[in-house]
Ligand binder design. Structure first.
Ligand SMILES: *[C@@H]1O[C@H](CO)[C@@H](O)[C@H](O)[C@H]1NC(C)=O
Ligand SMILES: *[C@@H]1O[C@H](CO)[C@@H](O)[C@H](O)[C@H]1NC(C)=O
Ligand SMILES: *[C@@H]1O[C@H](CO)[C@@H](O)[C@H](O)[C@H]1NC(C)=O
Ligand SMILES: *[C@@H]1O[C@H](CO)[C@@H](O)[C@H](O)[C@H]1NC(C)=O
Ligand SMILES: *[C@@H]1O[C@H](CO)[C@@H](O)[C@H](O)[C@H]1NC(C)=O
Ligand SMILES: *[C@@H]1O[C@H](CO)[C@@H](O)[C@H](O)[C@H]1NC(C)=O
Ligand SMILES: *[C@@H]1O[C@H](CO)[C@@H](O)[C@H](O)[C@H]1NC(C)=O
Ligand SMILES: *[C@@H]1O[C@H](CO)[C@@H](O)[C@H](O)[C@H]1NC(C)=O
Ligand SMILES: *[C@@H]1O[C@H](CO)[C@@H](O)[C@H](O)[C@H]1NC(C)=O
Ligand SMILES: *[C@@H]1O[C@H](CO)[C@@H](O)[C@H](O)[C@H]1NC(C)=O
Ligand SMILES: *[C@@H]1O[C@H](CO)[C@@H](O)[C@H](O)[C@H]1NC(C)=O
Ligand SMILES: *[C@@H]1O[C@H](CO)[C@@H](O)[C@H](O)[C@H]1NC(C)=O
Length: 625
């Protein structure tokens, strides 16, 4: 199989000309190791971030059209009384810029964020059983243009997109992926894999990384981590942990090209060794299916993802340099966005893995430096000397990239507030562990907001609605139920999306597991997924019968403003109930310890013992946020 892919893909003038390809592809030239291939007739180069890529522009035309029918269907189900969504969309569809442009963002936070975010996507997906019934929100995913994720949220995106835009239900039902009862340190259940033991699993991780190193590429802990993640998230027919799946191959899949799914975007941060990142000064990178790069003024450029690993200099690939493919291994990309969790594989001590295996793993990992363990090395640096920049990243032959949440912006909003993307509304699913008991408190939004204020510097054209301080989030309950930010668009001079904040809260189970909990029984996994479903639907509308209609109002708000169309009466009630009204209460609140709000038939109370779940080292890390 490997050989046939080399002959199929190497030397193709334009990768897009690959014939109908059903799903994300095992199309790397040499398994985990990047490899030289012949260059396409137009040599790959770095482009300016001043506009969207041609690929994205062309794809958007297809996708925006594909969202029209799902949006009509969804809005039609949301009980918008006097408003005729179908008529509205038909009236305005000839000018796509008038149609609602919807985005969804799923935060980081390890397996908690993966499962809570999965519940949100399951609720938004019209393919989920009963998700189009009254009180539900199925079809929002089909109506969305963009879907961004970082860290644990990135694992969710990878699981869905690399596996043929599969459903959450299918991932739950699979006995090959999403088996979180098997800790990532032990590896997958042997019965499905060629791997005969945990020792062999570790040996395979090590061999893959070694092959990349032997091909002349610097490696880091993230390489091991990414390989390990792949065994949990990529369902490859050869049961090899998706060793030759690339992130760029998502763009080659048939349904993606036909615009049948939103554009997936993973987020990571740039950081030089020893630096401290805060929201207001980090370079934020994105991985979309075509490119890797940043809109930030520091880099302001994008590299073709498929050819990452090629030795670019000042934006071009010099004549004597080969084109390289296979660097963008799907697991490595997911691992980059979640590199904070590299710590896991260094902290084998806190686990119940037999000591013999710990020794074996420690032996493999021991040779790695103790410093900057969370860094993913992108070497060669695609932005080496790009734009003759004087920024630090530009002069180093390697680019250091870290977990997308390390700058505090744990909800991946950055790609969605770029003015060139013209997003109207962002459904921001926040599973951050900001409080003592691992609940979100709005910090992530605050970081993004503060960054957007530096209009002459790092904000670089982005705009974000005003949000209050953390204490207000807690005192006013803005972190316990959905809250809209930016309802009044006249408050900002530049177009700013409406943000529908959907914080993790205990609807039906205590979904505040530790970020560093490494294994989950299926039951707990599924209960948190269901809780996430209830978070975004407000218990299928049982907490507020108007909530589904309010989601419709949020989708339509910016669009109807542009077309000067009146929203139905229910929207006034919605905006009154859900828009942050600008009030502040900065009194220091008591510890936030919410109780489970609803019981569902059949749902049993979680067996979670928080104390036991928290791996000892976690505290140290949580305190750095
Ligand atoms: C991918 O999903 C599409 C849509 O559900 C389906 O038609 C196609 O057969 C799937 N491909 C694979 C390889 O499973
Ligand atoms: C728009 O989408 C509809 C429904 O999928 C399809 O029938 C139509 O051909 C599309 N039009 C364009 C211009 O792509
Ligand atoms: C639809 O909305 C009306 C008015 O807001 C409300 O009285 C009614 O119960 C809603 N119907 C459903 C099925 O939710
Ligand atoms: C869907 O609804 C039907 C009818 O109410 C019910 O029997 C079925 O169990 C539901 N399915 C799920 C997955 O909730
Ligand atoms: C970001 O800000 C922090 C705190 O002021 C500082 O320590 C760090 O060096 C800054 N990083 C960069 C990349 O400027
Ligand atoms: C963003 O940064 C780039 C690179 O520094 C600059 O050329 C561009 O004008 C900036 N855009 C805005 C809107 O400030
Ligand atoms: C693991 O535990 C052993 C024995 O308690 C100790 O000697 C060793 O240093 C620990 N290793 C790490 C990486 O903490
Ligand atoms: C970078 O500098 C080189 C040498 O001075 C010059 O030829 C080139 O045009 C510059 N490139 C850019 C993008 O400014
Ligand atoms: C704004 O950004 C510039 C350049 O990125 C930086 O030098 C400056 O300190 C920032 N200002 C504030 C108030 O953060
Ligand atoms: C909402 O619907 C889902 C799926 O149909 C169901 O499993 C869940 O129990 C419902 N939530 C509530 C609070 O009834
Ligand atoms: C502000 O928050 C504090 C602490 O939660 C609370 O005791 C107080 O009643 C709040 N004040 C107002 C005006 O709501
Ligand atoms: C939770 O686990 C810890 C450590 O095993 C134990 O000390 C504690 O008693 C447990 N708490 C409850 C409520 O079971």
């Amino acid at each position: 199989m490997k050989v046939s892919w080399i002959t199929l893909t190497a030397g193709l003038a334009n990768a897009a000309s690959i014939a109908v390809s059903p799903r994300a592809l095992p199309n790397a030239p040499d398994e985990y190791s990047p490899d030289n291939v012949s260059c396409p007739s137009t040599r790959p180069s770095i482009r300016s971030a001043a506009s969207l890529s041609t690929n994205e522009k062309e794809w958007l035309e297809v996708r925006r059209n594909e969202t029209l029918q799902p949006m009509k269907d969804l809005l039609g189900r949301l009980n918008l009384t006097s408003f005729d969504p179908s008529g509205y969309i038909d009236k305005h569809k000839s000018n796509a810029s008038n149609i609602p442009n919807v985005a969804i963002a799923v935060s980081g936070g390890g397996y908690r964020a993966l499962t809570n975010g999965a519940g949100a996507l399951k609720a938004f997906d019209s393919r989920t059983d009963n998700s189009t019934a009254t009180g539900h929100l199925g079809g929002l995913l089909q109506s969305a243009t963009y879907l961004s994720g970082l860290s644990g949220g990135g694992w969710l995106l990878g699981s869905v997109y690399v596996n043929n835009f599969t459903t959450i239900g299918d991932l739950q039902a699979s006995d090959k992926v999403w088996e979180f009862k098997n800790s990532i340190l032990e590896g997958p259940d042997v019965k499905h894999f060629q791997i005969v033991s945990t020792a062999k699993y570790w040996k395979d991780l090590a061999e893959a990384v070694k092959s990349k190193k032997e091909a002349g590429y610097n490696t880091s802990l993230t390489d091991y981590w990414g390989r390990a993640l792949s065994y949990q998230f990529i369902n490859s027919s050869s049961n090899d942990g998706g060793i030759d799946y690339t992130w760029s191959s998502i763009a080659l899949t048939d349904d993606f090209k036909k615009g049948k799914m939103p554009l997936p975007i993973l987020v990571a941060d740039g950081r030089n060794p020893g630096e401290i990142l805060i929201g207001s000064n980090s370079t934020v990178y994105e991985f979309n299916p075509w490119e890797f790069g940043s809109f930030d003024p520091s880099v302001y450029g994008f590299a073709p993802l498929e050819y990452l690993g090629s030795r670019f200099e000042n934006g071009v690939l010099p004549k004597d340099e080969s084109c390289v493919r296979g660097f963008d291994n799907a697991g490595y990309v997911m691992g980059t966005s979640s590199s904070l969790f590299n710590q896991f594989i260094l902290r084998l001590n806190g686990t119940d893995i037999p000591s013999l295996l710990k020794d074996a793993a420690a032996e493999i990992l021991g040779k790695l430096g103790e410093h900057d363990e969370d860094i993913a090395i992108y070497s060669p640096n695609p932005f080496y000397k790009y734009r003759n920049s004087t920024a630090a990243y530009s002069s180093t032959p390697e680019l250091d990239v870290v977990d997308g949440g390390e700058d505090g912006q744990n909800v991946p909003l950055h790609p969605l507030i770029q003015p060139t993307r013209n997003v109207d509304v962002i459904f921001a699913v926040d599973s951050s562990a900001d409080t003592e008991y691992s609940w979100p408190n709005g910090s992530s939004l605050i970081y993004t907001y503060e960054r957007s204020l530096n209009t002459t510097g790092i904000a670089n054209g982005t705009s974000f609605p005003a949000v209050p301080d953390v204490n207000t989030f807690l005192n006013n309950g803005l972190n316990k139920r959905p809250t809209f930010f930016g309802c009044n668009s006249s408050n900002t001079s530049t177009p700013t999306p409406l943000v529908v904040y959907l914080p993790n809260a205990p609807y039906t189970t205590e979904s505040n597991t530790s970020t560093f909990q490494l294994s989950y029984e299926d039951k707990q996994r599924d209960e948190i997924i269901l809780n996430g479903y209830n978070v975004v639907t407000m218990g299928n509308g049982t907490a507020d019968v108007n909530w589904p209609a309010c989601v419709g109002c949020a989708i339509l708000q910016r669009s109807t403003e542009r077309t000067n169309t009146k929203l139905p009466e229910v929207c006034s009630t919605c905006f009154q109930n859900y828009c942050w009204d600008g009030s502040i209460n900065s009194t220091t609140p008591a510890a936030y310890e919410p109780r489970v709000m609803m019981e569902t038939s059949g749902a049993t109370k979680s067996q979670l013992n928080r104390t036991a779940a928290v791996v000892a080292f976690a505290m140290m890390f949580l305190m750095t946020f």
